[in-house]
Write a new protein. Structure first.
Length: 648
């Protein structure tokens, strides 16, 4: 059939008026943007005579007056500053309509799709109420917004664009079904192949509430979703916390549930009652309906003052968090206290077991090139998760892992700015000594740490710590219970008073098969107090065969290294030491091939309780007054073999 084009002519002169509204100093800015469709002239026709294959250009206001109009096959309705309102269009087959003609009073039925897959949402056309409002209207805002997105998706729209909008949305938990998953009470996006694109002028605000688990924006069992831009506001300082038996820590701005192949970028998150972003599964790993997050990118976002964490990951795989800015995670405000855990990023899969298996799985996560400042507790913690790589970030607060296999912490810069970190903080905590062999396969390398009380604490097994720069820390590296570990090629320099290099943790139970240094891999230590200090190490019965090797290190400090109540070691060899070495109650150990140049202490000093020591082939020079190359300061030594040492 030959196509005809029906051109609708205007028979009156347009009269365009504008009005302004007073804007309150408090609360959101009201959207004064006029709708795109500014034509006010009524159409002088209806659509009842449209033929198949016709294209109709709408440049006037067509009021359907509540009627349903059925359109034949292959009809296209194009936009030229007009509108169709107050009724239903039923397309028989292969209909097309310009998204700019859509509005809240027009229903679309039958077989139709948008001419363009990009749709621009104008709040005034969809009856969105902007500004401060009540619970009822803000709930209507949520319903309108959700149904509109789904309507656009059903019409083939894949990009939903919003510019200027500032509105509250009531996302309180379902009152009719309190057990409903919280994401389903939120502004929940369509299931697949959908982009919500907003700007810095788009403000989505959580209506203040007293719910335990409210969520502003959500994806649920979705695939190929993008949220790009926008400003999401929580109700942190307006929230009603009076509900008993609840910490109200689950109020999130974005819940990503069982979602795959999706991107979340350029979003600003402010004042979440719980987390800015929560990434988790639908169900547990043993459930038939289990759906986990996979291939998720969180990038170029800014997160400010979340009450709990900025990002929590409890279940997911192949997650990348990069180029984000984290500010003041979990800090206390005048109206609300921050709540645990209190990190910028928390990876915390629940691993409570039942006969069916592990509850949650978090693995193959990359945290890269982010910045963080002001977190109440720390920057990143991997409480429970495997193969997490934390790299090239610039943090003020700490990085830690507690239960993890194959975590890598590399090439980060961590600088203490808060007194809590300068006085008591640890920049990197690699493991948890009470978990023994639960953590393994970790690496900590290439990091630059400045001004912390403790630079790095290491523990558990199969850990390598190397090529780190620890600058002006009170303690460079602290070693807790550990085995099968290497600590090498680190630089520890501090001019702080009473600063130490590498020391044992007060709770250390044993060190087995641990190498500190190594040929061509020595650590360089220059501190004001003790370069090396090991106390109560392998001194218990049954630990005689455990092994520690400290070799090829450059100890550029004039003060003495100390080993006390330390047994069962191939202890100290091939080091270059600008200070002395003192041994108290040390047994079954070798001290050999070291170069010691001491000006303030004896080269090697043996005190009470030494037994079965071999001191051989050391080159020792002492230049201070009344100093000795080898000073035996006790009469109870047993089986002390001193042989072939050079003394100057």
């Amino acid at each position: 059939m030959k196509k005809h084009i029906l051109i609708i002519l205007l028979f009156s002169i347009l009269h365009i008026t504008s009005c302004s509204k007073d804007t309150k100093l408090e609360g959101p800015i009201i959207n004064e943007e006029s709708p795109i469709n500014i034509i006010k002239t009524p159409c002088n026709f209806d659509l009842s005579n449209i033929k198949e294959d016709e294209k109709v250009v709408i440049n006037c206001i067509l009021d359907l007056e509540g009627r349903t109009v059925t359109l034949p096959k292959n009809v296209t309705l194009s936009f030229n500053n007009g509108d169709i309102i107050n009724g239903t269009l039923n397309f028989l087959d292969n209909g097309k309509i310009d998204g700019r003609l859509l509005n809240y009073s027009l229903n679309i039925e039958g077989n139709a799709e948008l001419i363009n897959n990009e749709f621009e949402f104008i709040p005034t056309k969809w009856n969105i109420t902007e500004g401060i409002t009540n619970d009822k209207i803000s709930r209507e805002n949520r319903d309108l917004f959700v149904t509109t997105m789904q309507k656009i998706k059903d019409l083939g729209g894949t990009v939903f664009k919003i510019n200027k909008m500032d509105a509250y949305f009531n996302v309180d938990e379902s009152q009719t079904n309190p057990t409903q998953f919280p994401a389903l009470s939120a502004i929940t996006l369509p299931k697949s192949d959908f982009t919500l694109k907003m700007t810095d002028n788009t403000h989505l605000r959580m209506q203040p509430n007293g719910a335990i688990r409210p969520t502003l924006l959500a994806t649920f069992r979705a695939n190929n979703i993008t949220i790009d831009g926008g400003v999401l506001h929580g109700d942190r300082d307006e929230h009603d916390y009076t509900t008993i038996n609840s910490t109200h820590e689950w109020g999130h701005l974005l819940r990503i549930t069982g979602t795959k192949n999706s991107v979340f970028k350029n979003i600003k998150f402010i004042d979440a009652t719980g987390d800015a972003i929560d990434i988790h599964a639908n169900g547990h790993s043993f459930d038939p309906h289990y759906a986990y997050c996979d291939n998720i990118l969180i990038t170029k976002n800014t997160m400010i003052r979340s009450r709990r964490n900025h990002i929590s990951i409890t279940d997911g795989r192949n997650i990348i968090i990069e180029n984000n800015e984290f500010i003041n995670a979990s800090i206390h405000t005048e109206k609300s206290q921050g709540i645990a855990p209190g990190f910028a990023i928390d990876v915390e899969a629940v691993r409570h077991r039942n006969p069916r298996g592990i509850s949650e799985i978090a693995e193959d996560i990359t945290i890269k090139n982010n910045t963080e400042k002001g977190s109440r507790i720390g920057a990143v913690t991997v409480h429970t998760g495997d193969r997490v790589t934390i790299e090239e970030n610039k943090f003020e607060s700490s990085i830690s892992y507690s239960t993890s296999i194959g975590t890598i912490i590399r090439n980060n810069e961590i600088t203490a700015t808060q007194d809590r970190d300068k006085n008591n903080g640890t920049a990197i905590v690699a493991g948890r000594d009470d978990l023994y062999d639960t953590n393994f396969g970790g690496k900590v390398y290439g990091n630059i740490i400045k001004d912390y009380s403790i630079g790095i604490t290491v523990t558990n097994k199969d850990l390598e710590t190397y090529n780190n720069q620890l600058l002006n820390c009170k303690t460079g590296i602290r070693v807790a219970t550990i085995r099968n570990a290497k600590i090498y090629s680190n630089t520890i320099k501090s001019n702080l008073a009473n600063s130490d290099g590498i020391v044992s943790h007060p709770t250390l139970e044993y060190m087995d098969n641990v190498i500190i240094g190594g040929e061509n891999k020595g650590n360089t230590i220059e501190v004001t107090r003790t370069p090396l200090k090991f106390v109560n190490t392998n001194h218990l019965a049954g630990q005689e065969s455990l092994k520690l090797v400290i070799s090829y290190n450059n100890l550029n400090s004039t003060n003495t290294s100390t080993f006390s109540d330390t047994h069962g070691f191939e202890l100290f060899k091939n080091n270059i030491n600008e200070g002395g070495a003192r041994f108290i109650n040390v047994e079954n150990s070798k001290i050999s091939n070291n170069t010691i140049n001491s000006t303030v202490a004896n080269g090697i000093r043996l005190d009470l309780g030494c037994k079965n020591l071999s001191i051989k082939n050391n080159i020792i020079k002492v230049t201070g007054r009344n100093l000795e190359c080898i000073k035996i300061n006790t009469s109870d030594g047993i089986n002390i073999d001193i042989e072939n040492n050079s003394c100057n």
